[in-house]
Design a protein around this ligand. Structure first.
Ligand SMILES: Cc1cc2nc3c(=O)[nH]c(=O)nc-3n(C[C@H](O)[C@H](O)[C@H](O)COP(=O)(O)O)c2cc1C
Ligand code: SF4
Ligand code: SF4
Length: 253
């Protein structure tokens, strides 16, 4: 079994790990399996694992505007030859709603010959830290993660019993994802973003953002941080900046 994921701020990494640990636990009772979990940031490693996988691929990503993060879409498309005949279970994480979060990659993967085994949507704390409306207290976030863990364990149990969830994969979900968000916001995920803002007055040029960015979008110059306009909107640098000096959708972190 191979887990392949993208996670900007850790939610999706947490969820795929929890799911695969639970699944391995149920599966070892019948037949033990070799397991690996790889981020698409290690692109060659992930592609190599896909090439050799013959049992199950668990694919996981966060939802952006009811759509795939551009970095994940690019990974799937760049390795289109590797999906043929793969059994794929899809997990997607979100703050509130996606409609067909699993469906957006399922339709693409089916085009490349994959067999979609099932899918699960998981509500996690919202990673958008520069919009006040989306922020919850630490207690509320803990509650959300606990519920997510329970849902993932139940989903793993169902899959181990050959009755996988198929959340987000039917036609009605497709319509809710499309009309709920994608129709109005699809332009936001079509290209990499050039909207990231560095607030130079508070930046101390520590370089943290340059080292964590999965897109290598940021560089440190003498005067400030320079962005290359290829941001996948993952919010990692925004959440990790010690000075709260970076924003994307909102104005203040
Ligand atoms: C640009 C952007 C758009 C998002 N759009 C949605 C959305 O449409 N629906 C939703 O429920 N959550 C949305 N979210 C929240 C994330 O999907 C959610 O917090 C996710 O669990 C983050 O996962 P990560 O920590 O693995 O990056 C969005 C987040 C970002 C950064
Ligand atoms: S992490 Fe923040 S403070 Fe550090 S260089 Fe980047 S923007 Fe500046
Ligand atoms: S610039 Fe920041 S938000 Fe954009 S991809 Fe890099 S780490 Fe993610």
């Amino acid at each position: 079994m191979t887990g392949i994921y993208f996670s900007g701020t850790g939610n999706t990494k947490h969820c795929i790990t929890k799911f695969i640990e639970s699944l391995s636990c149920f599966a070892t009772k019948s037949a033990p399996q070799a397991v690996q979990i790889i981020s698409i940031e290690e692109s060659d490693l992930a592609a190599g694992a896909l090439k050799n996988e013959q049992n199950l691929v668990v694919l996981a990503y966060p939802i952006y505007y009811s759509n795939l993060p551009k970095i994940m879409r690019d990974f799937i498309v760049e390795h289109k030859d590797l999906w043929k005949g793969q059994n794929v279970y899809i997990i997607c994480t979100m703050g509130l709603f996606s409609g067909d979060g699993t469906g957006v990659s399922a339709r693409l993967l089916k085009q490349y010959g994959a067999n979609i085994v099932g899918g699960t949507h998981v509500i996690m704390p919202d990673c958008i830290s520069d919009v006040k409306l989306l922020k919850y207290s630490p207690e509320k976030n803990k509650e959300i993660v606990l519920k997510a863990d329970q849902k993932l364990e139940a989903a793993a149990h169902k899959l181990a019993n050959y009755k996988p969830s198929r959340e987000g994969l039917n036609f009605l979900s497709h319509l809710t994802g499309l009309f709920g968000q994608r129709l109005w916001f699809s332009h936001k995920t079509k290209h990499y973003s050039d909207k990231l803002k560095i607030h130079t007055e508070s930046c101390i040029k520590c370089g943290k953002c340059t080292s964590v960015c999965p897109m290598h979008n940021l560089t440190l110059s003498d005067a400030s941080i320079i962005t290359a306009g290829k941001c996948t909107m993952c919010y990692r640098c925004i959440n990790q900046c010690p000075q709260k000096a970076i924003t994307l959708i909102g104005k203040r972190r």
